[in-house]
Design a protein. Structure first.
Ligand SMILES: Nc1ncnc2c1ncn2[C@@H]1O[C@H](COP(=O)(O)OP(=O)(O)OP(=O)(O)O)[C@@H](O)[C@H]1O
Ligand SMILES: [Mg+2]
Length: 365
């Protein structure tokens, strides 16, 4: 499946620093000048999940394999990006290909690090970026409306549906609001997603604060929190610089460092999990002596499609899924104990997999 989160924001706010921390690499060049990044950097990140370690410990699994999510570090956007300012159109196309947006906002004060507008004001910065995304959507909608005129006149059903949705989005955007505020019916959901509008993508604000503020945030991040709440969006507080330092440390060193900073867990873990929630994703597990592994599904996925994440044959030849809820697996100390307690269920094709299910698929090919 591969869910992709785009790291978006003004130039020089810490996007590449964050990307490097997430991917534990120095793959992206991060430096104190705007437009340091031009070509997007793409990296896969393991989704942290303490449950997986507990399952592996019980089953004595040799290997632990977390499920993965993709992050894309995208070039900085500036005012006028939708008109091509600062290579804007190319960068907007990079955003179009993502499933959700991690919007990095500069919340740290540091006179040595240039801000493109010469002041620190994350709420205005967020508006600048959102405005560009809205303008880009308006432009692409107008183009598309022109392109389908003939088909609509000819009564093409798909085109008629598209036109209706495009006009709905356009009205919202012209009212100065992002298209994500539109609630679409189930029958329109697929066509709506196919429009790939930038402002329909769910947003998570990432408040990039100074080193000493990583635990509590600061006055800037408090304002972002207020804005996010008013919009119904989520936010996380992180210091990209510290996270990058932590990501270079061994696990036990990192833990000591976190305690010193007054942090319970790395901000990155919170960020990745928030992204996972934003995308309405859930996890199921497969557990055995060889490996304990986490798999990602969309909330509401049925047994065969969940099996298909592992392999297409599993989906096509799906018979049933032996299912143990995570809590039962832990409470009864593994598969055997759960079975004896009557907690292993045989679930068929219509079963909707639940977050935390430990599954064993039976299939024929
Ligand atoms: N929390 C922070 N506190 C202080 N400095 C930071 C913080 N986060 C990032 N920086 C610094 O800000 C500068 C810009 O960082 P980075 O290159 O990651 O930004 P960017 O958003 O990727 O920029 P561009 O859009 O130009 O690619 C770097 O010098 C980096 O060390
Ligand atoms: Mg960069």
């Amino acid at each position: 499946m591969g869910f992709k989160m785009g790291i978006v924001g003004l130039p020089n706010v810490g996007k590449s620093t964050l990307f490097n921390a997430l991917t534990k690499t120095a793959a992206a060049q991060a430096a104190n000048f705007p437009f340091c990044t031009i070509e997007p950097n793409v990296g896969e990140v393991g989704v942290p999940d303490a449950r997986l370690d507990k399952l592996a410990a019980i089953a004595g699994s040799k290997q632990i394999i977390p499920t993965r999510m993709t992050f894309v570090d995208i070039a900085g956007l500036v005012k006028g990006a939708s008109q091509g300012e600062g290579l804007g159109n190319q960068f907007l196309a990079n955003i179009r290909e993502t499933d959700a947006i991690a919007h990095v906002l500069r919340c740290f004060e540091d006179g040595d690090v240039t801000h493109v507008d010469g002041r620190v004001n994350p709420v205005e910065d967020a508006e600048t970026i959102e405005t560009e995304l809205m303008l880009a959507d308006i432009e692409s909608i107008e183009k598309r409306l022109q392109n389908i005129v003939r088909k609509v006149r000819g009564g093409d059903k798909e085109a008629v549906q598209q036109e209706r949705l495009l006009r709905q989005a356009l009205a919202m955007l012209e009212d100065g609001k992002p298209a994500r505020l539109i609630e679409v019916d189930e029958e329109d959901a697929k066509a709506w997603k196919m429009l790939q509008l930038l402002t329909t993508k769910p947003v998570l604000y990432v408040c990039n604060v100074g080193e000493a503020e990583a635990a509590e945030g600061n006055a800037h991040s408090a304002k972002v929190a207020e804005m996010a709440a008013a919009q119904g969006n989520s936010h996380v507080i992180i210091s990209a610089q510290i996270e990058e330092e932590i990501s270079q440390l061994e696990d036990d060193e990192a833990e000591m460092f976190l305690t010193e900073m007054g942090l319970e867990e790395a901000g990155l873990d919170r960020l990745i999990r928030a992204g996972y929630e934003l995308l309405h994703l859930e996890t199921y597990f497969t557990v055995g002596p060889k490996e304990a592994r986490a798999w990602t599904i969309k909330t509401g996925t049925a047994g065969p499609q969940a099996a298909g994440v592992i392999h297409g044959d599993f989906e096509r030849g799906f018979i049933r899924a032996e299912t143990i809820a995570y809590d039962d697996y832990i409470a009864h100390n593994g598969e055997q104990g759960s079975k004896e307690a009557g907690k292993m269920r045989a679930e068929g094709k219509s079963y909707i997999v639940k977050d935390g299910d430990v599954l064993h698929f039976l299939f024929n090919t």
